[in-house]
Structure formats: C-alpha cells, structure tokens
Ligand binder design. Sequence first.
Ligand SMILES: [Fe+2]
Ligand SMILES: [Fe+2]
Length: 402
Amino acid sequence: MIKKVKVEDLKIGVYIHDFNCKGNDGLIYIDQNLFQNENVIDILKSWNIKEVYIDTERGLDVNSSKAPSKAGRATAENGQTRKVERPQVPLARELQSAKHVTQDAIQFMQRMNQQVMEGKLPDVHSSYALANRMYESINRNSDALLLLTRMRTKDEYTIYHSINVSSLVINMCNYCQVSESQTLDLAVGALFHDIGKAVVPQGILTKPARLTQEEYSEMQLHVEHSAKLLSQVKGLPLECYDIALHHHERYDGNGYPHGLKKNEISYAAQLTGVCDVYDAITSDRCYKLGMDAVVGLTEIYEGSGISFSKEITYDFIQSVGIYPVGTTVVLANGKSGVVVSSTEDMMRPIVQVIYDEKKKERIQPLKIDLSKTEDVIVSYGDPKKFGFTSKQLLKKFLYSQS
Ligand SMILES: [Fe+2]
Ligand SMILES: [Fe+2]
C-alpha cells in the first residue's frame, strides 16, 4: 500500500515510493529507494521535504514493530559506528599499491567523463569497486594515496580533483569513525560530486583568468547538472545526489544553489564540501598555483563557523593532521626538512631533514622519526630555502621510495 508519512517518522527498512520532491523544472530528482540509513532524514529535511510516500508492500511500515531488514545498517546514536583499527603498513610498501589504485582511478574518471559527454550514465558497480580499493589503501596507510593524488599538473586538475576529494572524504570518515558502508557511499558521492562539469563548456572550466559573472553563473549550474545526471543512475544512495547538489552550500548561508544554512546542510554535503575546498586551495589550477597544505589548512581554519561548522572544520584538520605529508618544518636542532610520513603522534611525524638553518645550506638528507627522538618541530619552514617547491620535494621523496 502506498501511504504518505512524515519524514521524522521514517525508519530503517521502509521503502520510499516517492520522495515528494520536484526541482524547479518539475522533474523528480531522486529515485525510489529502500531507506537504509538514518542520515537520510537529515538530508530530506535539508531538501525541505516534510512528507514522503512509502510502499508498505516493498518495505516496512513506519509503525511496524518488525526488526529492520538486513539492508538496514548498524549505526550508533549519531549515525556512525566504531571501526576496527587495522595495522598500518609502511608508506614505501603502500605507495606501490596506491600507485595502481591511482592509475585505475584516473582511467575510471576519464572513462566516466567520456561516457557523460556521450550521454551515457556512469557505472555504479565499478565506482564502488574503486571506492573500496581506495578505502583499503587508506586503511593500510593513509599517507600513500593522499600523497600520490597531490602529484599532478594543473592540466590534470579535473580528473585528480574528484579522486583526491574522495580520498580526503575516506580519510575524514576514518577519523570520525563512520561505518565502512557509509564511508563507501560518501566516497562514491565524492567521486561523482562534480560529474555535471562534464557538460559545462570546456572554455569556462579551463579559463586561465577570473570568470565573468555570466561564466561563473554557468559554472555554478554544474551542481544541478550533476544532480540531474545522478538521478538517472539506478542504485545510488541518496547521499550521492545530496553531495552533488549541496557540496557548495556554506554554513553561513552564502553558498549555492539553495543558500542552505547551518544544519540545513547534511553531514555528507558539509564533509564533502570541506574536502572539496581544501583540494581546490592546494591544487595548481589553470588560473593559479596551488598553495601549500599549511596555507590550505589555515584557510579552512579561518572558515570555521563561516563556511563550515566548527565541528566539521575541527574534524577535517584533525584528519589531515597539523603537519600533513609534504609540509616543510623547522626542528629544535636547527635543521629543517619535509614531513614524509605521519606517526601515531600527530605532533611528531617523520621528517626528511635536508637543510641546516644556521649554516643556511643544504645537507645530506636524513630521515628522523620524531616519535622516537627527543627532537620536536618548532615552526613551519619555507620550502623556497631548499631551492625546491614543496611539490618538487615530495616528488623527490616519492622517487626515493620506489
Ligand atoms: Fe563542485
Ligand atoms: Fe569539486
């Protein structure tokens, strides 16, 4: 039986026949769906949906006392579950696997963009298979994939951006102890978050100068293009539509397309939004050179309570770390270098020392694990002193690992 129910009465296991949601063009953006995840209530509220139609023959009724179906996901009170910690493998070893994952991810994104331009739809199964491999890599060693996705040129931005945002999302989900199944949903949402850019004119996407107001408005439409494209893909969870449509909403209401504020923006969209901004700041683009991770983190921090909630900002910075891989730092012993690996202690990463601050000269590279010595970081460093950019430094480090 089809019946109308209030969004707050929804429970895991009901089958949503109609989301009662139409876009400006009258099209229903979201598909029928088995309600599997309590976070969906937040998403529906953020879409200003108060009532939906459910099908009690295909799923549970809202007042049924039956146990949730096996499709229901085990979630704690806050919608998140604690994960089992996995042992970390050394960075050098994981880099070998992460390289294959990155290469396959690039091919996936290229294929997907091509399919969309040809009017075809992306394949959900292969997107989950890819997200799963990224998830496994980040669980084995969170530095490797994040490091590799930073090794790109400005021409590769569009392809790498979605892969990198997805990697950052998985990393942040791990920090926030989001369940594996929910992490994969968000990771796939992040892979697809800018899919609508495939139909934005290339001249606007790659313009090496500031966009005109008209061009910027056209660029903003990518969120609606993405949502419409994803609405035709069967089997995607609701988070994916929501991430595509709302990852440019901002906590203070100054985002687009709907100007949502504070908790009107779902957790999934806020989480992807912060990862999206960080990657955009730290990437080389056709119109600017990417900034260092530290500058990126500072900008994110400055947007706390403005662009993103304080909680999301804090969780993001914690997940990336105060000294992300690639950061240049000065040690108390007067030597400086680049962070090449994180350790259990966020304040004490492994640093490849390459410069003597007192003598003002390069020295024989030496790797120091600060978690095993008395030495400490006293400040951020300036990579220009070494005669390299931080990205060149990272590249040097990567080649020495492989
Ligand atoms: Fe976007
Ligand atoms: Fe993006």
